[in-house]
Design a protein around this ligand. Structure first.
Ligand code: HEM
Length: 398
């Protein structure tokens, strides 16, 4: 099949295309360039197996070293845990783990709520001043996760707008030069932050990482910068999409909206279901085969790229009844793969869940009459033509 991810349809609604791929088989070869093909995994069982399979590597530096025409990840994140295999992976991940345990996130919750309340108050004021609709994504879903991660790393408030711009460009810029500039700017900024924190340590995650590096030298300076940059960039766009798409799902369903408004105790289940229904990383987490092996009935060759699709896996009818419906009664183990699975399972999952739950609690309590401002952007590129929602044009995120 030719690259279905290139089409405008895919941005508007990727699920029919992912279902069509899955109908041909859980692991399919897709043409992604003139002479290039990639395996795409859309079956839930096969995706889960692939995410934990040690024969699939995430070491992009090694992958691109053999392919001089290709491009590695931006240098700012090329030595992060997300782009390494064992044993380096475990060493890097262990250093950052303490900051993201459920207990650590629990201690952060009052501050997350305070930030969410402040942003919601701002939205309310804008709505009153404008006497009309406000942009929930720009005014709430974007700034909340950025503010939280910047607080964790003690990034000064005045620098946060620049941090946001660089990290947007790092992943979403259309041209490689902009990505390179953003990568260097962000890495340079983080290196300065590290230098400043070395002389004046604080009670923040960055200071703790520096102390770990300087005490045992378990981390090279490049690894320390990569780790800090990964923490800055990994958690905010994804969480933005969880809040934005979750709000959309509940505003499209009056009964669900009313249930969640009346019983916030249902919000943890709703957050899980929003994660399943609209995986923020919709298509593709990257891996490549280090040796030939079989997956889902196909033979994958050494060196071939395998994209595991959380969005595809989460809508697999072999795993989920009525996969295209939002239902709060799905529970138990073996759920969605939105945070991945296996050794690279999202380090920030507890934090993302807490942020989203608090975001919905605050929104529903403060704005009981919240509804979609229909029509404003009908017909815009990426609009799905029903309620004026404009989808961002990107292959990776939704
Ligand atoms: C890894 C999704 C929020 C930090 C991952 C992976 C996924 C993911 C799919 C695994 C990638 C792979 O196996 O190839 C998400 C989603 C989020 C979210 C959907 C929000 C809804 C966060 C937050 C942080 C974070 C808030 C906090 C800083 C990380 C890190 C990794 C990771 C450090 C790398 C883990 C490793 O390689 O061992 N995330 N993430 N994420 N995520 Fe998240």
């Amino acid at each position: 099949m030719n690259d279905p991810m290139e089409s405008a349809e895919f941005s508007r609604d990727p699920y029919p295309l992912l279902a069509a791929l899955r109908a041909r088989g859980p692991v399919q070869r897709v043409r992604t360039g003139k002479d290039r093909t990639t395996w795409v995994v859309t079956g839930w069982a096969e995706a889960r197996a692939a995410l934990a399979d040690p024969r699939l590597s995430k070491d992009t530096a090694r992958y691109f070293a053999d392919r001089p025409s290709g491009r590695d990840l931006a240098p700012a994140v090329s030595r992060s845990m997300l782009a390494t295999d064992p044993p380096d992976h475990a060493r890097l991940r262990k250093l950052a783990m303490a900051a993201f345990t459920p207990a650590a996130v629990g201690r952060l919750e009052p501050r997350i709520r305070q930030i969410a309340e402040g942003l919601a108050a701002g939205l309310g004021q804008s709505a009153a001043a404008a006497g009309g609709p406000v942009d929930l994504v720009e005014g709430f879903a974007v700034p909340l996760p950025i503010a939280v991660i910047c607080e964790l790393l003690a990034v000064p408030e005045g620098d946060r707008a620049a941090v946001r711009r660089w990290s947007d460009d790092l992943f979403a810029a259309a041209d490689p030069d902009t990505t390179d500039r953003a990568s260097h700017a962000l890495a340079g900024y983080v290196a300065e932050l590290i230098a400043a924190r070395r002389t004046a340590p604080g009670d923040d995650v960055l200071s703790a990482l520096i102390a770990a590096r300087d005490a045992g030298d378990r981390l090279s300076e490049h690894e320390l910068v990569s780790l800090a940059v990964l923490l800055v960039v990994a958690g905010h766009e994804t969480t933005t999409h969880l809040i934005g798409n979750g709000t959309l799902a509940l505003l499209r369903d009056d009964a669900l909206h009313a249930r969640l408004r009346d019983d916030p105790g249902l919000l943890p289940a709703a957050v899980e279901e929003f994660l399943r229904y609209e995986a923020p990383v919709t298509l593709a987490t990257f891996r490549y085969a280090t040796e030939p092996f079989e997956l889902g009935g196909v033979r994958i060759g050494a060196g071939e790229v395998v994209l595991v699709s959380p969005g595809g896996a989460n809508r697999d009818p072999a795993r989920f009844d009525e996969p295209d419906a939002v239902r709060l009664d799905r529970s138990g183990p073996g759920g969605h793969l939105s945070f991945g699975h296996g050794p690279h399972h999202c380090l920030g999952a507890s934090l993302a869940r807490a942020e989203a739950r608090i975001a919905f609690e605050v929104l529903l309590a403060r704005f009981p009459g919240l509804r979609l401002a229909a029509g404003g952007r009908q017909g815009a590129e990426g609009s799905d033509g029903t309620d004026g929602v404009t989808w961002r044009r990107t292959r990776l995120m939704r």
